[in-house]
Design a protein around this ligand. Structure first.
Ligand code: BTN
Length: 254
């Protein structure tokens, strides 16, 4: 067992050797009314999913592949806040367990030395304008060796072991993530998003920089000026017009 020090997060834990996707399992469990805080974790995913219909490479024993079910009573437009809360929790846990200094690239990538270590995928189940559950998938390359990555991502991805030159205790990291996340989530329910927005901004690399955002409908270039209360990215283009970005891939220029 993990020896978890949480009230509810991870108390109902579904551990698997191999699954297609923990996200898929968690989605089903949420649909079947699994309790808030349910966690699905697997040693390997054979069909791990990333954002924008991409694959998430999840080889056996090398990473943390897990999905959590939360049921906050918040309006649907505020759901992206949960992605940012999760990113802060994961960054804090990585700092504590490895001593590395991760950075966040909006909305959900966690980078170390400019390379992607972690991705977060947030999905919603809603019923007539009410959130029923939020399923948060977290993928962390922990003890992945460079040869474990497919060739096309070797220059952009990395792992905690590669960056720290140490093997990392995955159980300890899982435990720390769940504990940090629960604390942040309870703080959020009590005090709202503002305190977490400040923490998020302290880790963010994109804010204040010239960026290109690729959305499903096109490209927007400009300066990332901040995020809104709802976790939406703001870009000011050359004409001084402000754009609200809900979902995109961003590239930092220069
Ligand atoms: C991204 O595109 O950056 C998000 C990647 C999310 C990967 C995690 S691993 C656990 C969970 N199960 C999945 O199939 N995907 C998420």
């Amino acid at each position: 067992t993990l020896g978890l020090n949480t009230e509810f997060l991870g108390r109902n834990l579904h551990y698997h050797d191999s699954v297609e996707s923990t996200q898929k399992n968690a989605y089903k469990l949420a649909y079947d009314n699994a309790e808030e805080g349910t966690v699905v974790i697997a040693e390997e995913q054979t069909a791990g999913r990333g954002r924008m219909d991409r694959k998430w490479h999840s080889p056996k024993y090398t990473g943390i592949w897990m999905s959590l079910i939360l049921r906050p009573k918040i309006p649907i437009p505020k759901a992206p806040q949960l992605t940012l809360i999760t990113a802060v929790g994961v960054v804090q846990a990585i700092e504590e367990v490895t001593g590395l200094l991760p950075e966040i690239k909006w909305p959900n990538d966690i980078l170390i030395n400019g390379k992607k270590i972690t991705g977060i995928l947030t999905e919603l189940q809603a019923e007539s304008d009410r959130i029923n559950s939020i399923i948060i998938g977290i993928g962390i390359n922990v003890n992945t060796g460079i040869e474990d990555f497919p060739e096309d991502i070797r220059t952009i991805a990395s792992s905690l072991a590669i960056e720290s030159e140490k093997i990392i205790d995955r159980e300890k990291l899982i435990r720390t993530i769940l504990e940090k996340l629960e604390k942040l989530y309870l703080l959020y329910l009590e005090k709202g998003f503002f305190p977490i927005k400040l923490m998020w901004e302290s880790y963010a690399i994109s804010i204040g920089k010239q960026i290109t955002a690729r959305t499903l409908t096109g490209e927007i270039k400009g300066k990332a000026t901040g995020i809104t209360e709802d976790g939406v990215l703001l870009i000011e283009d050359l004409a001084g017009e402000i754009h609200n970005i809900y979902s995109a891939d961003i590239q930092i220029e220069g």
